[in-house]
Design a protein around this ligand. Structure first.
Ligand SMILES: Nc1nc2c(ncn2[C@@H]2O[C@H](COP(=O)(O)OP(=O)(O)O)[C@@H](O)[C@H]2O)c(=O)[nH]1
Ligand SMILES: [Mg+2]
Length: 149
């Protein structure tokens, strides 16, 4: 089953959106596989955003993402990467579907509440920054038969 990495950013935590966001992922039918509450070290932040090194928003992004605690999660399910990206909405909250998390709760590109891996490969790379293999929990849920044909 596909896994994705999702992280509630410091603004999402500060704005008390943690419960709401987890609730949406649960209701979608995705399965929580790992979760951690932490404040990113500069090294973790740099590893996480290595694809953006050199861009004009990079320094601000690193200082923002390390400015307070985040919720790091692994969610599992069919097409989990794309399902999570759809729940989140597009990068700029001003352009995101208003029913999405970013569209419903955000206004500013630099305060878009949530991160989600953009591919299976990115998910694998990002999960390894935050979790050891043994911290991912594989388990059955009785509800699966009501989510998958
Ligand atoms: N201030 C600012 N932040 C940006 C810009 N582009 C991206 N970001 C931030 O950097 C994060 C990573 O960018 P990207 O990987 O392109 O978007 P994502 O995968 O949808 O999160 C985004 O979620 C934004 O928080 C920009 O042009 N200005
Ligand atoms: Mg990205």
């Amino acid at each position: 089953m596909e896994k994705t990495y999702v992280m509630i950013k410091p603004d999402g935590v500060q704005r008390n959106l943690t419960g709401e966001i987890i609730n949406r992922f649960e209701k979608k039918g995705l399965k929580l596989t790992a979760m951690k509450f932490l404040r990113l070290s500069p090294e973790q932040a740099e590893a996480h955003y290595q694809e953006h090194v050199g861009k004009k928003f990079y320094d601000g992004l690193i200082s923002f993402i390390t400015s307070g605690p985040v919720v790091a999660m692994v969610w599992e399910g069919e097409n989990a990467v794309s399902a999570a990206r759809k729940l989140m909405g597009s990068t700029n909250p001003a352009e995101a579907d208003p029913a999405s998390i970013r569209g419903m709760y955000g206004l500013d590109l630099g305060r878009n509440i949530i991160h989600g891996a953009d591919s299976v490969e990115s998910a694998r790379r990002e999960i390894a920054i935050y979790f050891q293999t043994g911290e991912l929990i594989s388990y059955e849920k009785n509800i699966d038969q009501w989510i998958y044909e």
